[in-house]
Design a protein around this ligand. Structure first.
Ligand code: FAD
Ligand code: NAD
Length: 396
């Protein structure tokens, strides 16, 4: 390759933006042409989205202009939607143009996994982007406004969250905090509002520390959440949900947090995938093409037991750092680094000033865990945008 190599990064989420920032720090002038493509001209802090979705925070706080994070003298930013990946031709088809690459980084994030459950795609909402959470927030307020016109319709103020994984639990914690505020604003008796969290597994937060799960359920139940555990959603309709045992819950608002899969474009591109995600090698490359790297929710990294690590911002960020390193190594023909996930712990919020977490072998709950959650958030903001971003978006 005698000309300057071209690196294209698809997606400016956790994996993509950290890759781009790593490359802009490491690459010398004229070592590579780097292009970052993203649907929007902002990066969103997905780990905050449960708050604007419930209306306990402004969506503006969960977005950061990409121009504030990258050096546009070093990285070309293209605001566009990727419609096709053609790894054999080394081309990316965008909605309005085509890009060629020598090295590709795929960081397009995940999509809601609906497991083919009828009606979920059509009638349920998802927490996945700034636009999707704006819709949920506005929809919830509209339900309260509609209820004032039709006071017999308690289904308008019945809220169903499908799935009690971390996304479902974090969202329902915020929603339970928001409801009393909405009741005051719309003069609605709080006793009439119902919030259901429906989980198919025999426990909420399957696989997480049972004592902390118990604590989370107590905190959320006290705030008015009704859990239906070991009770799968079988169908979603315009009027609510139908559960496995035939129970029907009438609700004007169904938020589906039942899991994520990789981006459909990866299957269409011919990569071998599992639930839309690509199993990568230790350098984070695909099996089929050693010039294609995958980060974040589009990738699968297996642990020592051969089981996939859960798709998280934590792993996406660590992958972004390694991919940047390995791309520089590929260009300079120096040794690459193997990816090893460092588990820094898991902390999940349960609404204002309440959280649960496990770091190493230590458990945390209540305000201490909530402070820990804030520290994790601040650490990420500092990593991508330094102190100015911490001050601007850190909700200090
Ligand atoms: P994303 O961050 O989803 O970014 C993908 C990017 O690609 C986006 O910018 C998107 O606009 C862009 N894109 C998508 N399709 C296209 C296209 N066709 N063309 C152009 N651009 C496109 N994980 C944790 O570790 N800790 C947490 O506390 C935590 N909290 C969470 C809270 C919530 C409410 C949710 C929903 C998730 C949470 N997660 C958390 C999981 C974490 O957010 C994801 O694992 C992480 O965002 C994945 O990063 P990513 O880089 O793969 O993709
Ligand atoms: P998930 O896959 O972790 O949880 C989905 C839940 O939905 C599961 O408990 C599953 O049993 C349940 N479910 C599936 N089908 C169902 C059905 N038909 N009816 C009822 N329940 C059903 O998905 P998630 O919560 O969106 O999390 C996605 C990823 O993001 C995970 O890796 C998670 O760890 C990560 N995340 C982390 C945090 C945090 O660290 N604070 C917060 C949010 C998300």
């Amino acid at each position: 390759m005698s000309r300057i190599p071209r690196i294209v990064i698809l997606g400016a989420g956790y994996g993509g933006i950290v890759t781009a920032i790593g490359l802009q720090k490491e690459l010398n002038y004229n070592e590579a042409d780097v292009t970052l493509v993203n649907k929007h001209d902002y990066h969103y802090i997905t780990t905050h989205l449960h708050m604007p979705a419930a209306g306990t925070d402004n969506p503006e706080n969960a977005r950061v202009d990409i121009s504030k994070l990258i050096d546009e003298f070093k990285i070309d930013f293209v605001k566009s939607t990727v419609v096709q990946i053609r790894p054999h031709d080394k081309k990316i088809i965008l909605e309005d143009s085509t890009l060629s690459y020598d090295y590709l980084v795929v960081g397009l994030g995940g999509e809601p996994e609906t497991f083919g459950i009828p009606g979920l795609r059509e009638y349920a909402m998802n927490i996945r982007s700034i636009n999707s959470v704006r819709l949920i927030r506005e929809h919830i307020e509209y339900q309260f406004a509609k209820f004032k016109r039709e006071p017999g319709r308690t289904d308008y103020i019945t809220f169903v969250v499908g799935g009690a994984g971390f996304t479902g639990i974090e969202f329902i914690g915020e929603l339970a905090d928001r409801v009393p505020e909405l009741c005051r604003e719309f003069d609605v008796d709080p006793a009439l509002v119902k919030i259901y969290n429906i989980e198919a597994s025999p426990t909420a937060l399957p696989g997480f520390d049972p004592e902390l799960v118990e604590y989370a359920m107590q905190v959320l139940s006290k705030k008015g959440v009704v859990f239906k555990i070991a009770s799968a959603i079988k169908e979603c309709t315009p009027d609510g949900v139908v559960l496995m045992d035939g129970e029907v819950i009438k609700s004007g608002t169904v938020v589906w947090t039942g899991g994520v899969r990789g981006n459909r474009m990866l299957e269409e591109a011919g990569f071998e995938t599992m639930r839309g995600r690509i199993v990568v090698d230790q350098m984070l490359r695909t099996k089929e093409f050693d010039n294609v790297y995958v980060v974040g929710d589009c990738s699968i990294v297996l642990n020592e037991d051969g089981k996939p690590y859960p798709p998280t911002a934590q792993i996406a960020t660590q992958q972004g750092e390694i991919v940047a390193y390995n791309l520089v190594a590929a260009i300079r023909n120096t040794p690459m680094k193997e990816f090893k996930f460092i588990n820094r712990g898991v902390v999940a919020s349960l609404g204002k000033n309440e959280a649960i977490g496990v770091v190493g072998d230590r458990k945390f709950k209540g305000t201490v865990a909530a402070m820990l959650k804030k520290a994790v958030d601040i650490r990420y903001l500092y990593k991508i945008g330094g102190i100015p971003l911490v001050i601007k978006k850190g909700r200090l």
